[in-house]
Design a protein around this ligand. Structure first.
Ligand code: 0A1
Ligand code: ZN
Length: 848
């Protein structure tokens, strides 16, 4: 680490003083000594030196217009003084040597299982060659790859190839972060696509030999995504080929490199035997996400990394719309809100809170967060609600025509909406610049046929932002009659003040309000409703999200009282939930979601916000009692629920079948609390798909059984990296609180544990922090183990170490002992010699 890395500020943005008219790259691949020749055609746009980024490059030669340059790069790049640069167009050439085999950080050019691949977002290209590695410098690329490996891929269209070489040309100007190269012994799963204007596109998914029969679902998802983007957004694909490559060692989910998406193999490879329903759904979503980036990210990119949400928020929003269209909008919305609350609300409430568009960072890789992605998507959802579907469609058309080929900002994005709809979005822009989750408190009043809803909004201070002016909040509301009929259909109330009332007149009886339908804004809704009212909405609300939300709120009230008062669940909640669980007119996927108990981490946050210090062990114990009470209530129906939902015929991954399996497994999980695992043990043996295999195993592990099944699982899946990740994760996730750290520690000594593989590392250490009561066990063992491994991983893969450190972001919720232990571990991390900028920034921010 260079001492005390300096933050980068949005306000310091300056355009690059040169244009890159073309980049020509030649790669002579060699595992430990790859030579990269680059020829950049440049033109001056404004006065100044030419500064090129470059890190860990061994310089072989540098020249300008053919004249050797005797310049020495510093640790972060190379400066060519203005005096050496001619007036007109000129050519800069560099030859450098890099070592892909030693690149365990998985940024730049690296090796994974014998293949070469790249990851350049955000700032990996500078580890490949000297270049203005910033998203607002866009250029067409020509690439020549020289290697004995049979498959040589880069961005754009293939130009020519021969024995030991291939050439690619990408005609679309792009920033360096979208550059990609792959070389390996790979096989393709192929398909054809014809765009609606008649362009034929060769589609290929490249995998290791033996994996080609697990690509069909990803390919099908790709084709559906391409068609959907044409139909819904009017966006067509723009090259002759579209390639996807699956790699085992990858820091994130996938990457949208132009024409050559690179994926973590777990988000490509799937068969019924190896992938769960959740895996299938995630593959569909991520394939779509990366494909959609072709327009929202690639054709229109970000001016600088502060604008990351411009491409990510919009692309997440689009992939969520797509999944909703492919599956069920109601179920998708509930799942998305569950994720938002679990990850983004948690982030927004702690020391890592930052705006959707941050205004400073030390390491940009630390800002690929739930706030930028998921809250970024929520902000677009609100915008769409405020301007309406038509306004949204007009604004997007304008966005694509106005900014195609450009590197844009959030200001550009909002201006498009203002111009297309005539709306003033000054106040709305706060959603991008202000961190924190608003809390909206509701009270109501009923008088002479007039029903009044009064809302108050308040946002707690976040790091660096003490003041929180009110935001515009679209609150979708419907009103129901006491008999369950809807008397006021969904209406969007626009809250713009700190406190504001809305009146509904001419009503015959006091209505029951359904507030924040569809989760119309990412806020915490604070409404003290009676259990009867919640049960009423659970039974009658016509808005599926709020119907589910009513059940969830009821469950959280029950669980909170169990934790704080030692109460037991009463018949009101049990009966209301049982009615939904057994209602065959409802979608099984919805019923399964209704049966899911509130998460322990979520409960801890809710208690903390209510002024109660959460005791992780007490929450865990209460949640188990809650599950058992529900199981007892449903006892007579559980076996039938489990059996009749069995899918006849072969496995299909569609939403209908997945929903039936989800409900079946919810029933199995309850049954397991009553029969000591008998049903789960036989379900495990009868399972013919991974969803049920993993589902049954999880049930057994939850009650401290499943050792024999773990052995069977291991024997069967030994040779499959992606499936074995599940084996590692399950044991830690479902370990008893007092055993979680020891289980994780034991697994780190397993011969198949490999910290260099991010998926494997996450399957142990990520699972440990996902086991709430285990992670926060009062012994502090999990804290210590996590910190030990972050310190060990940091020099190998700082990016993944930094991401995993968010396990500690919630320290301020807990009691003094736990706080001291966590802070102690964060201080220990901060004191580690040679700490990376990535992990250093995270630990520093968490300590405050
Ligand atoms: N842009 C990708 C995610 C991604 C981001 C950063 C990476 O390395 C630091 C890798 C991938 C996406 O949104 O899918
Ligand atoms: Zn993305």
């Amino acid at each position: 680490m260079t001492s005390d890395p300096q933050p980068v500020h949005l306000s310091d943005y300056r355009p690059f003083p040169f244009r890159v008219e073309g980049a020509e790259l030649t790669f002579r691949l060699n595992p430990s000594a790859t030579r990269v020749l680059s020829r950049l055609h440049l033109v001056r746009q404004a006065p100044g030196d030419l500064r090129l980024d470059g890190e860990r490059l061994e310089v072989l030669s540098l020249s300008l217009n053919g004249q050797p340059l005797s310049l020495t790069p510093d640790a972060t790049g190379l400066t060519i003084p203005a005096a050496l640069i001619p007036e007109g167009p000129f050519t800069f050439e560099a030859e450098v040597r890099i070592d892909p085999a030693a690149n365990t950080a998985l940024e730049g050019l690296y090796m994974s299982g014998g293949m070469y691949c790249t990851q350049c977002e955000a700032e990996g290209f500078r580890k490949i060659t000297f270049y203005p590695d910033r998203p607002d410098v866009m250029a067409p690329f020509r690439v020549r790859i020289e290697s004995d490996l049979p498959v040589l891929l880069s961005n754009g269209n293939p130009v020519a190839q021969g024995t030991g070489w291939a050439e690619w040309h990408d005609p679309w100007p792009k920033p360096a972060y979208l550059f990609a190269l792959v070389a390996g012994d790979l096989v393709a799963h192929r398909a054809d696509f014809v765009t609606r204007s008649g362009r034929p596109v060769d589609l290929a998914i490249w995998v290791r030999p033996g994996d080609q029969d697990r690509c069909a679902y990803a390919m099908d998802s790709l084709i559906r995504s391409m068609r959907w983007d044409e139909e819904v957004y009017g966006r067509e694909y723009d090259l002759d080929v579209f390639n996807i490559v699956a790699v085992d060692d990858f820091n994130m989910g996938a990457m949208e490199n132009k024409g050559l998406n690179i994926f973590n193999s777990k988000y490509v490879l799937a068969s019924p035997e190896t992938a769960t329903d959740d895996d299938f759904a995630r593959i569909e979503a991520i394939i779509a996400h990366e494909y959609f980036h072709n327009w929202t990210g690639n054709r229109i990119t970000c001016r600088d990394w502060f604008q990351l949400c411009l491409k990510e928020g919009l692309t997440v929003f689009r992939d969520q719309q797509f999944s909703g269209d492919m599956r069920s909008h109601a179920v998708k919305r509930i799942e998305d809100v569950l994720t938002l609350r679990a990850r983004q609300f948690r982030e927004d409430a702690g020391p890592l809170a930052h705006p959707v568009r941050p205004d400073s960072y030390v390491e940009i890789n630390n800002f690929y967060t739930a706030t930028v992605y998921e809250k970024g998507a929520e902000v677009i959802g609100m915008l769409k609600r405020l301007v309406g579907d038509e306004g949204y469609a007009t604004a997007l058309d304008l966005y694509f025509t106005r900014h195609d080929g450009e590197a844009a900002t959030i200001e550009d994005w909002l201006k498009v909406f203002e111009d297309a709809t005539g709306r003033d979005l000054t106040q709305f822009a706060r959603w991008y610049t202000d961190a924190g989750t608003p809390r909206v408190t509701v009270s109501d009043d009923w008088q002479d046929g007039t029903y009044t809803l009064t809302f108050r909004q308040e946002t707690q201070p976040t790091p660096g932002q003490p003041e929180k002016p009110p935001r515009v909040i679209p609150i979708a509301v419907g009103l129901l009659n006491p008999n369950g009929d809807e008397i006021v259909p969904t209406t969007v109330l626009e809250m713009t003040e700190a406190a504001q009332s809305f009146r509904f007149e001419g009503l015959a009886a006091k209505p029951v309000p359904s507030i924040l339908r569809g989760f119309s804004a990412p806020v915490v809704l604070d409404r003290k409703a009676s259990p009867e009212e919640r049960a009423f909405l659970l039974a009658h609300d016509t808005d599926p999200f709020n119907k589910w939300e009513a059940g969830r709120a009821l469950a959280k009230d029950v669980l909170a009282r169990m934790v704080t008062e030692g109460a037991e669940p009463g018949p009101d909640w049990l009966d209301a939930l049982a009615r939904v669980a057994l209602d065959e007119s409802l979608d099984p996927a919805f019923r399964a979601l209704a049966l899911r108990l509130p998460g322990e981490d979520d409960m801890a946050q809710t208690l903390h916000e209510a002024g109660v210090t959460p005791d992780p062990q007490a929450i865990h114990a209460a949640r188990r009692r809650m599950g058992r009470a529900l199981a007892l209530r449903l006892r007579p129906q559980l076996p039938a629920l489990f059996d009749t939902l069995r899918e006849p015929g072969p496995f299909t991954p569609d939403a209908r079948a997945a929903g039936r399996r989800a409900l079946r497994l919810a029933a199995l999980s309850l049954l397991t609390r009553l029969d000591e695992g008998q049903a789960a043990a036989s379900a495990y043996r009868a399972a013919d798909n991974m969803t049920e295999e993993v589902g049954a195993l999880a049930c057994l592990l939850d009650i401290g059984r499943g050792q024999e099944e773990l052995g069977l699982f291991q024997a069967r899946w030994q040779g499959d990296r992606n499936v074995m990740d599940k084996w590692f994760a399950l044991q830690v996730l479902h370990a008893a609180p007092g055993e979680a750290a020891a289980t994780a520690e034991r697994l780190t000594r397993h011969p198949q544990f490999d910290m260099k593989n991010p998926n494997r590392f996450r399957s142990v250490m990520g699972a440990l922090s996902g086991n709430h009561a285990g992670f926060h066990h009062i012994s502090g063992a999990a804290y210590r183990l996590t910190a030990d491994w972050l310190i060990r991983l940091d020099p190998v893969n700082p990016q993944t170490a930094a991401r995993m450190s968010t396990a500690f972001e919630t320290w301020a919720r807990y009691d003094a002992d736990r706080q001291a232990m966590i802070r102690g571990e964060l201080q220990r991390i901060l004191a580690a010699p040679g700490l990376s900028r990535d992990l250093g920034e995270m630990a520093g921010r968490m300590l405050g």
